[in-house]
Each structure stands twice: as structure tokens, then as C-alpha cells.
Write a protein that binds this ligand. Structure first.
Ligand SMILES: Cc1ncc(COP(=O)(O)O)c(C=O)c1O
Length: 458
């Protein structure tokens, strides 16, 4: 059902505007383009991670401070990208810098536990309502351990995941992330589509894909896989095709359905954790799962990851029957940064500020959408928000397929050319804000958005 009357977007106009904006941008990024050619000589593709190479080209960053970053051409941006959402604490926060410097001068790695771990564990237990925690180095490692732990404790092999969710770069869950619409099959029985080459079919056979916000689909999967499901991993609010909120009762329904069948529920809170609210999605939606996977925002900008779970799930780890291990797990530098970030920066009251900035962004963009009758709406809360370019509500990945990536790409170009750095990649018009962002920053974002909305609805 349409939300209200909207205009049709002229995609030829969008294409012309893309050309215009790219032509304006290119000379501003001369140093980035030149440096990339240098890096390409020895670094595959000239970037450290494939997703740093987003259209129109990789932008190399020189430094960051608070809510700002500067690229190597000297362009200054208000940063709404924030390292794919990791920098809710902002860049070079003095408290985190001090904690890192203090620890760096005392040694950066021992592969032995240090005395910050209990403070971080206690803080995470308070936020997410789960009693026990372990640390790792990325969101990928956290969800990998979650998948394995659910299998280990249940003694079952099958996992359920949501179509359109990303859980990191490992073979257990790298399926149906942004699957090609030609390959996804029927909605009632989505095909488990590998995200990249090189994942054996045998892994796909262990993963059942279901649409988000649909309890019946999960019930059907549990019935069909009678007694074989170890657990389900879900982003409690989907963050990788815009921000898609869970419908009332969905998360509670999932937990109930899974528990009745002896299966576990894991939240992937890599993007939502310590970002949507103090206690992430657990607090925001009021349902505590069996496992919470964290990374990004909890590390204050250092490589980090954490997995929290019930005592039942951690029992084999505690008893030494299951090795959850890694040379850099609980690295002292990360733990020091995490401790400062969680206890001194992302404090409970910082979320009032993040919500205030969210309101300014949502109201400003919302008013421009109304005025121009753009087929779009705004979602999100806390540090995360998104404009979704659809006249009808997007409840799951398949609803987002019709969104034309050229529109979100143009929106990115408009912001980039006007001093705002947003996360690259199409269809993910997602912003993150930090404790340093101000109402003036929100206003700048909104003014750029107004210009963009007026240009494409002309
Ligand atoms: C929801 C979600 N889970 C897991 C990951 C993987 O985290 P990392 O890149 O730290 O391995 C990401 C990364 O963007 C993510 O968005």
C-alpha cells in the first residue's frame, strides 16, 4: 500500500544528474585517484578491502577528528559514514586516545588476559542482559563463533538466516546477502545463494533462508527441518538494505518458536549494538536472545568483536570442552579502547543526544520528502538512520529489490560534493552519527538532501 501520493522518478534525469555530479567530484579527488594507481602496484585492486572500492572510486582518507574527516586531497567532510558505523564515539575522542596511548606505552600484545576484560564484560552484560562474554577481532569472528556454538550445544547442523542480511565474511553464513533477484526463487522457499565464489555447495545445504518480519516462514522452516535446526541468526533491525525495523512481536515470536523446538536465537548486533540504544536492539525492542554478536561501535575505532551468551551456551567453553580462541582475542589495546569507549563515551545519556540528532535528520529529510512528493521515507533510531526510496514500506529484502540503485548513488554523490561523507554502496542510504555530531551537521545533511530531492523531482 502506498504511503501517500508520490511522483515518478525520471531515471533519465537521474542518469544526467549522476554524470554532472561525477564530473564535479572527479577533480576534487585527484590525489586519491593518483594514489590508488600507486597502491595498485602491490595491493590487490589498490584497496585493503573490496568494499573500500565503491563507485565512483576509492577515496583515501588522511585523518579524522570528532565529527569530521579529511581526504588526502584536503577535502573536509562531516562524517556520516563513520567507518561503516564503527565510530559512534567519533574520531580521536580524547578519552579513547588517552586510553590507547597509555596502553601502547605499556605494551600492545601479550596473548595473556589483562585487567580491562572484566570491566568490558560487565558493561556488555549490563547493556545486553547476557551473563557471559568472550572477545574477538571482528564481527565476522563473532558470528562465526555464534554459528558454531549453536551447533555445538544443540548437536544439530542446520542454521536459519534472513534473506538480505550480511553476517560477515565466513562460509557458514555468506548466503543470500544481496542475492541476484533472478536466483532467489519463490518467497515461500528462497534459494540459499552464495555471496561469493568458492563456497562449497555443502555449506549452502546447511543454511535455510527466510524473509525478515515473517514468523510463519520461520515456523514452516522449523516444521520442514524437523529437529535439525541448531538456531537462527538475525539482525534484529536489518541494516544492510537501508534500516528495516522489526515489526511488533516479531523478535519475541522468533524466540518463542525457536525455543519450543530446542533451537537458539542469535542476534547479530554488529551494526545495531551500542548504536540504536545503550543496550542496542535488546534494549530497543525488549527481547533478549540467547546470543548477541558485537563489533564496530564497541571498540572505539580499534578492531574488535564480542560474543555474549547464556551460561548454558558458554558451558562447554567454560569447561574447556570447546576452544573459542584467537591470538589477538582480548588484545590489550582493543580492551583499553573498548573500556574507555563503553564506560566514558557511549554512556547512557549520550543516546539522548544521538536521538536528538536523529530527530533533526528524520524531520528535515521527511519534510523534504513530503514537499517534493519523493517516493521515500525515513527510518531508524539512535545513531542509525536511513532514507528508503520506496513509496511502500520495505519490510524485507524482496521489497527493496525494486529500488533503483542509481537513485541512492546520486544521493551519495550530492552529499559527497557538498561536504558530507556517507557510507558508500547502493541501496544503503544509511547514516551513522557520533557523539560529536551537532544539529548544525544534521542541518547540512538535510540541506543537501533537499537539493537532491528537488533536483530529481523537478
Ligand atoms: C550486520 C553485520 N554483521 C557482521 C559484519 C561483519 O563485521 P566485520 O566487518 O567486522 O567482520 C558486518 C559488517 O559490516 C555487519 O554489518
Amino acid at each position: 500500500m502506498a504511503l501517500r501520493e508520490t511522483v515518478d522518478i525520471d531515471l533519465e534525469l537521474v542518469a544526467r544528474l549522476i554524470e554532472r555530479e561525477e564530473a564535479v567530484l572527479e577533480p576534487k579527488h585527484r590525489a586519491s585517484l593518483e594514489y590508488r594507481a600507486v597502491a595498485e602496484r602491490t595491493v590487490a585492486g589498490g584497496v585493503a578491502s573490496s568494499w573500500q572500492d565503491a563507485p565512483p572510486h576509492a577515496v583515501f582518507i588522511d585523518r579524522g577528528q570528532g565529527n569530521r574527516i579529511w581526504d588526502i586531497d584536503g577535502n573536509e567532510y562531516i562524517d556520516f559514514h563513520l567507518g561503516y558505523g564503527a565510530m559512534v564515539a567519533g574520531h580521536a575522542h580524547p578519552k579513547i586516545v588517552e586510553a590507547i596511548q597509555r596502553q601502547a606505552s605499556r605494551g600492545t600484545h601479550f596473548a595473556q588476559p589483562t585487567k580491562d576484560i572484566d570491566v568490558v564484560g560487565e558493561n556488555l552484560a549490563d547493556r545486553f542482559g547476557l551473563p557471559l562474554w568472550r572477545f574477538c577481532n571482528s564481527g565476522t569472528e563473532a558470528t562465526l563463533e555464534a554459528a558454531r556454538l549453536m551447533r555445538a550445544v544443540s548437536g544439530r547442523d542446520m542454521l536459519i538466516k534472513i534473506e538480505g542480511s550480511y553476517h560477515g565474511h565466513h562460509d557458514a553464513l555468506m548466503f543470500s546477502v544481496v542475492p541476484d533477484p533472478d536466483l532467489i526463487g519463490e518467497r515461500d522457499h528462497p534459494v540459499t545463494v552464495p555471496q561469493v565464489m568458492g563456497i562449497p555447495d555443502a555449506f549452502a545445504e546447511l543454511v535455510r533462508v527466510v524473509p525478515f518480519n515473517d514468523l510463519q516462514a520461520v515456523e514452516r522452516a522449523l516444521d520442514e527441518l524437523d529437529g535439525r535446526v541448531a538456531g537462527m541468526i538475525v539482525e534484529p533491525a536489518m541494516m544492510n538494505c537501508g534500516v528495516i525495523m522489526p515489526e511488533p512481536g516479531y523478535l519475541q515470536g522468533l524466540r518463542d518458536l525457536l525455543h519450543v523446538r530446542g533451537a537458539f536465537l542469535a542476534y547479530d548486533e554488529v551494526k545495531t549494538g551500542a548504536a540504536l540504544a545503550y543496550g542496542g536492539a535488546v534494549e530497543a525492542f525488549g527481547v533478549t536472545p540467547d546470543i548477541v554478536c558485537l563489533a564496530k561501535a564497541i571498540g572505539g575505532g580499534l578492531p574488535c568483536g564480542a560474543i555474549g551468551a547464556t551460561r548454558e551456551l558458554f558451558d562447554p567453553v567454560v569447561k574447556g570442552e570447546y576452544d573459542m580462541a584467537g591470538t589477538f582475542n582480548g588484545n590489550p589495546l582493543t580492551m583499553a579502547a573498548s573500556r574507555a569507549c563503553l564506560t566514558e563515551v557511549l554512556t547512557k545519556d549520550s543516546y539522548d543526544r544521538l536521538n536528538r540528532i536523529h530527530r533533526a535528520l528524520a524531520e528535515g529529510c521527511g519534510a523534504a520528502i513530503e514537499r517534493t512528493r519523493l517516493p521515500a521515507y525515513v527510518t531508524g533510531m539512535g545513531a542509525k538512520g536511513s532514507v528508503i526510496y520506496s513509496a511502500t514500506p520495505v519490510r524485507e529484502y524482496r521489497d527493496s529489490i525494486a529500488i533503483d540503485e542509481r537513485i541512492t548513488y546520486l544521493a551519495w554523490l550530492f552529499q559527497q560534493n557538498r561536504g558530507v561523507f556517507k557510507s558508500p554502496w547502493s541501496k544503503q542510504e544509511t547514516w551513522t552519527t557520533s557523539v560529536f555530531h551537532t544539529e548544525d551537521d544534521a542541518r547540512r545533511y538535510v540541506e543537501n538532501f533537499e537539493e537532491f530531492a528537488a533536483a530529481i523531482t523537478r
